[in-house]
Design a protein around this ligand. Structure first.
Ligand code: C2E
Ligand code: MG
Ligand code: MG
Length: 563
């Protein structure tokens, strides 16, 4: 090839398109196969190749491998048919660095209309591209943990080859009681913990595993390594152990644990539909919820049963929204007996729900739903009003029961208007507050600072407070002594234990509780033997099927005459 002739030709051509050129133009001329015949100084400067290296080489010398094959195929199709092509190309310089060029390729045609030469004019747009990449990274990265965020997660799912054959495992991870870290130490500390959690997760996982932060203290991890169930369980255990180690900041440290829900699918045998990743996440979320319910710091595999529970909760949620309006709630009363003289001293009010579609549903099933959808507050108010009215009615009939007990859910108890509403009901019904006893669980008063205000307000009103299911929570008797609590109800499980030589706990609660001046009620007495034992221990009161199942207010009225 005669370099000078080519150069002259090039200059001639360039003159024709001079309007498009300036000092920053990167110019090249190739033959019809893409062999470079001419390269200007700017091309050499940007590509870091010299003239001798460029001229005679195929222009693919600067290919970066970034663009898919179809990209260049389309380009050749355009210029090969005599049209001008324009686009942005990522190229690679001789030293391995990348640069982006805005490229225009103009074909020159022979008399048959076939291109015999191309001129490419390029402009360096690397800076702009880097900025765009930065913006892109920002949009898809969680700024705090530098993990992929929800956007990237969605993109990942969209691009996921839904036909690939493999085992996919999804972890849905949520920190336990993370809110209390934020509340106690402030959000800055919360952020430090989240960042540390992200780092620890990265350490526990492999390159091929995908981790993203979904927001708050929720993380989703996707494993695509065909791991066995045992291997997956091992990974979950490793993560739980790592996350439960202390988090240090300054001179202090804090702790947190996590709950992990796991769902798996072997593709394509397990048919979860086209949205299978979404379904896997939903199942993992359900399993996570079950891990939480077991107290957290646990992993839980998703099971068909969990999905059934979820489905059932969904149905309950739908129906229970109108239950109050439809008058589907009623209240049963279970007598509480003085174990010394066998007299009825009180009754516990227990909510019952009979739904038009679902039939009778137990409170252990529907109360959590009412708590979740927030309806426990209005429904709870209705319960207290109904019960107070009933108690007033009994009093007017001359039934001298000492107390009527009402269960109050933690959510209702922590509601700002709880005490105010209660006071209003008592005034309206004109019931003396001392006849009402509120039953709360240990969990409700675990945070003694926030709960003690309400307990004292109730005390000031004259309402009694009792701790339900005592012994199943975390509190100790000395801890409870900090609050003006009247009554402890020993959980049924300890009364059941009496039949199996397991009297130790019941004994301890009774004797210590009495020393601390609590009234002690044994719950769930079913047999004569249990009763005998409790009488011997001088337990104050008892409640259970042995005396009576929960009954209607009408039956209760009749019962007064028998005892
Ligand atoms: P709880 O407050 O501990 O109530 C005692 C539960 O034990 C009641 O179940 C009662 O029917 C049952 N029980 C009583 N004696 C015996 C016995 O001898 N043997 C057996 N096997 N069971 C006995 P229920 O009515 O199904 O209520 C379950 C739980 O639902 C209650 O436990 C309480 O935590 C909650 N709950 C019930 N009514 C209400 C309500 O009005 N408001 C709130 N927030 N929770 C309620
Ligand atoms: Mg109760
Ligand atoms: Mg109980």
């Amino acid at each position: 090839m005669n370099y000078t002739t080519e150069l002259n030709k090039a200059y001639q051509k360039l003159k024709d398109i001079e309007f498009a050129l300036d000092a920053s133009s990167i110019v090249a001329m190739t033959d019809s196969r893409g062999i470079i015949e001419y390269a200007n100084d700017k091309f050499c400067e940007v590509s870091k190749y010299n003239q001798e290296e460029l001229v005679g080489s195929n222009q693919s010398i600067v290919n970066s491998g970034f663009h898919p094959k179809t990209f260049f195929k389309d380009m050749w199709k355009t210029i090969g048919t005599g049209n001008v092509w324009r686009g942005e190309i990522k190229n690679q310089a001789k030293d391995g660095t990348y640069y982006w060029v805005d490229t225009t390729i103009v074909p020159f045609l022979d008399s048959d209309g076939k291109p015999y030469q191309y001129i490419a004019i390029r402009y360096n747009i690397t800076k702009r591209k880097q900025y765009e990449e930065y913006i892109e990274v920002m949009a898809y990265t969680d700024p705090l943990t530098k993990l992929p965020n929800r956007n990237q997660f969605s993109k990942w799912i969209d691009n996921y080859d839904k036909k690939s054959k493999e085992t996919v495992t999804v972890f849905f991870l949520d920190l336990d009681r993370f809110k209390s870290i934020n509340d106690n130490f402030g959000h800055d500390t919360g952020d430090i913990v989240l960042t540390a959690v992200a780092d620890r997760l990265r350490d526990c996982l492999r390159e091929t595993d995908f981790i993203s932060r979904q927001g708050g203290d929720e993380f989703i991890i996707i494993l695509r390594n065909d791991d066995s169930e045992e291997a997956v369980a091992q990974i979950a255990t490793t993560i739980l152990n790592r996350l439960s180690l202390p988090y240090k900041f300054g001179d202090t440290q804090t702790f947190t644990t996590a709950s992990i829900g796991i769902s798996r699918a072997v593709l394509p045998t397990d048919d979860l539909g086209v949205d299978f990743v979404e379904n896997l996440i939903k199942n993992a979320d359900t399993a996570m919820y079950h891990a939480k319910k077991q107290g957290g710091n646990k992993y839980c595999f998703n099971t068909a049963h969990q999905n059934v529970v979820l489905e059932r909760n969904y149905e309950i949620d739908l129906e229970i929204k109108e239950a109050l309006h439809r008058g589907e709630f009623t209240i049963s009363y279970q007598p509480i007996i003085n174990l010394k003289n066998n007299k009825i001293v009180g009754a516990e009010a227990l909510l019952r729900w009979n739904n038009r579609k679902l039939g009778s549903v137990g409170p252990n099933e529907f109360i959590p739903v009412l708590e979740q959808n927030g309806l426990i507050v209005p429904v709870g108010k209705w319960i207290i009003a109904t019960v107070c009215n009933q108690m007033k009615e009994w009093q007017e009939q001359g039934q001298l029961m000492q107390r009527i007990c009402v269960n109050v859910s933690p959510i209702q108890f922590n509601d700002r208007n709880f005490v105010h509403d209660l006071k209003e009901i008592l005034n309206e019904v004109m019931l003396d507050a001392s006849y009402l006893e509120i039953e709360i669980t240990e969990g409700t008063i675990l945070d003694i600072e926030s709960s003690s205000k309400t307990v004292y307000e109730l005390k000031d009103l004259g309402v009694k407070v009792s701790i339900d299911d005592f012994g199943t929570g975390y509190s100790s008797l000395s801890y409870l002594k900090q609050l003006p609590i009247d009554t402890l109800k020993i959980d049924k499980s300890f009364i059941d234990d009496l039949d199996r030589d397991g009297e130790i706990i019941a004994n301890t609660i009774i004797s210590m509780g009495k020393n601390l001046n609590f009234r002690i009620i044994a719950e769930g007495i079913e047999s004569k033997e249990q009763l005998k034992y409790l009488v011997n221990q001088r337990c104050h009161e008892g409640q259970g099927y042995y005396f009576s199942k929960p009954i209607t207010s009408q039956q209760m009225t009749e019962l007064f005459n028998e005892f």
